[in-house]
Structures are given as C-alpha cells and as structure tokens.
Design a protein around this ligand. Structure first.
Ligand code: OSB
Ligand code: MG
Length: 369
C-alpha cells in the first residue's frame, strides 16, 4: 500500500476550564490533526504536541516542520504492509517522537478502517470497557481542589490524580487523604523537583499514594533511580520515557516501578506495544496518560488500554470535562461505575464531525507524492 495524500490541519479548541500544571496553564487545546489516504480510505490521528515546548521539546511548529521536510516524503516512499514496520522505517529521523507518532498512528487507523475492524483489534486488544481515572490540575486553593476531587469521586472515577509543585504538595495530599481515606490517589509533579527535594518527596510516603509521577527532570532516569531507593511510594515515569530502549534502561536502573505510556510520546502504537510487552513480561504495571486530547486522540487511548498490561486506570476521562463540544459523535463518556465503552465500529469507532473540525481549523496543508 502506497500513501496517496497526507493532510495536516491546525486545530484550536477552547477548554471549558484552564488546566494548570507545574509547567504552565492552558486555556485552549491547539493540536495538529493528520489525515493519511490510500486506496480510497483515510485514517486519522491527533498529534500530542502543544503550542509550546514546556512539557517536552516538540511543538506544533516543530512537528509541522519535520512532517513537511522529512516524514511526509519518507512516508510517501514506503510500501506499507504491516503497520508495525512503520515506526522502524522512520528511524532515520532522530527524536521527534510526537511527529513520528502522528504519521504512524494515522496509518494504523487507516489499516483498521480498510479491514473494517476497530483499532483495538489491529493492536491486539479486546472489546468491552476500560477503567477511567482523572487528572486534576492545580487549583486556586485547597478548598477548590477538595471540591474538584469530590465532584470526580462522585462521578465514579476509579483513580484521582492531582498535580503538585514545590510548596503545593504535602499539604494538598494530606487534605485529600483526610477527607477521602479510601480513594486511589496519586500525584504528578511534571518534573518540578530535584534530588535536593528528596526529603519533601519522602513525606508523601505518609499518604498511601499509588505513585508519584515524574518528580525529577524531564529527561532524567539516573536521579530518579536514586530517588526511588529513598521512597516507599512507587515512582512512575512519564516525560522521561520516549521509547522501549530508554524504558528498559529505566527499569534496569530501578528508576521507576510503574510506567505511564502516552502513545504520542513514544513514536506511536509500535512504541506503545514494545513498552507494553517489556513491562508485561517483567510484571511492571503500565497505564495510559493523556494530553487533553480531543475525541480523536482520546479514542485512540481508549482502544490501546484494552491490552492486558494496562492494569491501572489511566488519565482518559470524559470529553465533557474539557470541551463544550467534542470533534467526535458521540463524545467519550464515562459511566457512573467509572468505565468507558470500547467502540467496536471500524477505526477509532466514533464519527468525526467534519463541520466542527472545519470550524476549529485555523489552517491546513495537504501533500501528494
Ligand atoms: O503530565 O500527564 C501529564 C496534560 C498535559 C500535559 C501533561 C500531562 C497532562 C495531564 C492531563 O495530566 C491528562 C488528561 O486528562 O488528558
Ligand atoms: Mg504526567
């Protein structure tokens, strides 16, 4: 199969509420939507890069550049058989995992549509339902945070994650634990600490947290290994994991006991599958992170979480937490038992509403071989 057309759109969707982390505050979601076509069928993917390089180095601008100059011409040169072979075929381009992932994921989605099967089928997953957790951003004060936790627990979510940063950590975890002794709770620092903060992070051991996510630098595994030895709470790596090789290095060094897999951060579904297999083989739990995706990326996350190693609830929550109106119909919904239905229609499995996509598109560009 040879690709015949690739289109990229820049989409801007307002967020219902600002989302704040240790690295910044977003009021809208800006992302690239990729469409790849062959043999009269089109597959879709949502790129996880942001407008800015505050989470990881890639941005919508760097992704567009690398697509136009390198990955799109390379993708047109491929004779595509098994979609597992696409990521290795892009290896000449070093790094730029998010740019590679959006090409690779759109090809998998196209293959699923061509074969008339849901995405989870081509990935080797199952139908049914997945467990859902939420990620709660930094709030204006402790009262507002407790209110948000209350709302999400009442909605049925099976795990609560809160964002922390220096000065807003121990006290927040203590307040939530005092009010909700039983909930599955974790914290995400998005690289806001250094090894010198180990004493503060060790105090978090008192709150029965499932894990502390990415406390140290975005590209570190060595200091995380030192830190993990000093904590009872498992360390989970997010930003630091960019592919199966560095995931293996992290596990070998003891830098973490849990891995957050974001498919767009690890080069696409092949990177996700390889890390999943590595961790499954070693009994290391994985879960699926989120990047405030629209329904297109959100549904990709729903499908991949049906693989057997995804044993912990992920960050895939309802579309309505973020968007007035999602780009897919129906939107992603979470039942009162905290689960999401895995679609069984072809590809991502929900209709893309093109009138809404057109309205949210700020610019687009298309290429042919
Ligand atoms: O670190 O997991 C993260 C959002 C943007 C960038 C990084 C992260 C997040 C989230 C939100 O935690 C997860 C979601 O609800 O999509
Ligand atoms: Mg994270």
């Amino acid at each position: 199969m040879k690709l015949e057309r690739i289109e990229v759109r820049h989409i801007e969707l307002p967020l219902k509420h600002p989302f704040e982390t240790s690295f910044g505050r977003s009021t809208s979601k800006e992302f690239l939507l990729l469409s790849v076509s062959a043999d009269g069928i089109t597959g879709f993917s949502e790129c996880v890069a942001d407008a800015d390089p505050y989470y990881l180095p890639e941005t919508n601008g760097t992704v567009f550049h690398v697509l136009r100059e390198f990955l799109v011409p390379l993708a047109f040169s491929l004779d595509i058989g098994d979609p597992r072979d696409v990521l290795p075929a892009l290896a000449r381009v070093r790094g730029h995992e998010m740019a590679k992932a959006c090409v690779e994921m759109a090809i998998w989605e196209l293959v699923a549509r061509r074969d008339g099967v849901p995405l989870h089928k081509v990935l080797g997953g199952r139908g049914g339902r997945i467990e859902s957790g939420v990620s709660i951003g930094l709030q204006k004060d402790e009262g507002a945070l407790l209110e948000r936790v209350e709302t999400e627990v009442a909605a049925g979510y099976r795990r609560i994650k809160i964002k922390i940063k220096p000065g807003h950590d121990r006290r927040l975890a203590a307040a939530i634990r005092a009010r909700f002794p039983q909930i599955r709770l974790m914290v995400d620092a998005n690289s806001a600490y250094t090894l010198a903060d180990a004493p503060v992070l060790r105090e978090l051991d008192a709150f029965d947290l499932m894990m502390v996510e990415q406390p140290l630098a975005w590209d570190d595994i060595v200091d995380h290994a030192t830190l993990q030895k000093e904590l009872r709470t498992p360390v989970c790596l997010d930003e630091s994991i960019r592919g199966v090789d560095n995931a293996r290095h992290a596990l070998d060094l003891g830098a973490c006991r849990i891995i957050n897999i974001k498919v767009g951060r690890v080069g696409g579904f092949r990177g996700m599958l390889d890390i999943h297999e590595l961790c499954f083989g070693r009994g290391v739990p994985v879960w699926c992170g989120g990047m405030l995706e629209s329904g297109i990326g959100r549904l990709a996350n729903v499908h991949l979480q049906t693989l057997p190693g995804f044993t912990l609830p992920g960050d895939t929550s309802a579309s309505a937490r973020y968007f007035e109106e999602d780009l897919v119909d129906p939107p992603v919904v979470v039942a009162s038992d905290g689960t999401i239905a895995v679609p069984d229609a072809p590809g991502i499995g929900h209709e893309i509403v093109w009138s809404r996509v057109d309205r949210a598109t700020t610019w687009k560009e298309a290429w042919t071989p």
